[in-house]
Structure formats: structure tokens, C-alpha cells
Design a protein around this ligand. Sequence first.
Ligand code: FNR
Length: 177
Amino acid sequence: MKILAIVGGISKNSINKKLFELIKPLAPQDFEFSTFDIAGLPFFSQDLEDSLPETVANFRQQIINSNAVLFITPEYNRQIPGVLKNAIDWASRPTGKGAWMGKYAAILGASPGAIGAFGAQMQLKQLLSFLNMKVMWQPEIYFNFSANVKDGAMEDLSKKYFEKFLSAFKAFIEKNA
Ligand code: FNR
């Protein structure tokens, strides 16, 4: 299964980037991950749509080539970061022919505190559902990164939760395929 992982944090020390690295080994064996660096996308403007920038065309194609998308989002002011919304908007175009349509989606997110990107994850679920993605709503994980990652390693109970989450995503894709 080709799973495109999109991390909504673009800073070099992003905890959501770290989270993705930590959960990769916990995924089912047949998950083949690819990633796309959304920091390379221009700001969306309808002016750019007539002659689509190459990065945008590549992004669209990578989504189309994937079976499913795993979003790992930070929370900014109880919402998803603007850079992630920008990427989602790009691939939602043109209206009715967006690349997200019908793709499977799962959402994770981390904060340094107890809220675990809850607000951003809920908002993202609504947004992706609007785009007619097949969104897995449960199980869900709101990850407190500081409390559960020590010296760069994730504690065992969290590993179990992520393993369960990722195998549930596999089952969700297979059930609906
Ligand atoms: C934050 N942060 C934050 N955290 C949170 O749990 N809820 C929130 O609403 C916000 N709001 C917020 C706004 C802005 C503008 C910034 C810069 C930060 C803190 C945030 O969770 C923290 O910076 C994370 O490290 C961001 O994730 P990445 O980029 O490290 O993956």
C-alpha cells in the first residue's frame, strides 16, 4: 500500500516530523511510505493555475499515485498551520477534479502539551471529509510529545497505541477498497 505522509510542521526541529520518524517502524509491513515537503509549494493563487508550477504538479501526481494519505499536523491557535491549509487548497483544485477525492485519510498530531493537537485534528477531519476523502475518525491519538518522548525515544505504551492506529488504518483501507 502506497501511503503518502504529509507533515504539517516545516521547521527543522518539528516535533511532528520527529513523530513521523518514530512511528514509521510501527507501521504494517506492507505500508510503503513516501513524503512530500509542503514547504516547497508556493502560496496558492488562482493566477498561478493557468500554468501550474512544477512542484504543484508533482504534489498532485504523488497524491494520485498513493492509495492513502497520513496527515501529521501541529496545532497553531487551535487550527492547522497555514502551510498545511495551503497545500490542501492546492491539491483541491480544480473544483470537482481535486486530487484528494476518494483517497483514504488518517490524521495524527502532536503538541508539546496535553492538548495533543486536538483542535487541529478535528478541524482537519472536517476539511478532508468536505473534500470527499474517506477519513478514518477512530481510533484517534492526541499526542503529548514532551510527556511521551524521552531522549528521542517513545515510551512503550505510546508505541502500542500507534501500532494499533496504523493497523486500524490498514484495515480501514482494505475494508472500504
Ligand atoms: C503554537 N503552539 C500551540 N500548541 C497547541 O497545543 N495548541 C495551540 O493552539 C498552539 N498554537 C500555536 C500557535 C503558533 C503560531 C505557534 C508557533 C505554536 C505550540 C506548538 O504546538 C509547538 O510549537 C509545536 O512544536 C508545533 O509543532 P511542530 O512544528 O514542532 O511540529
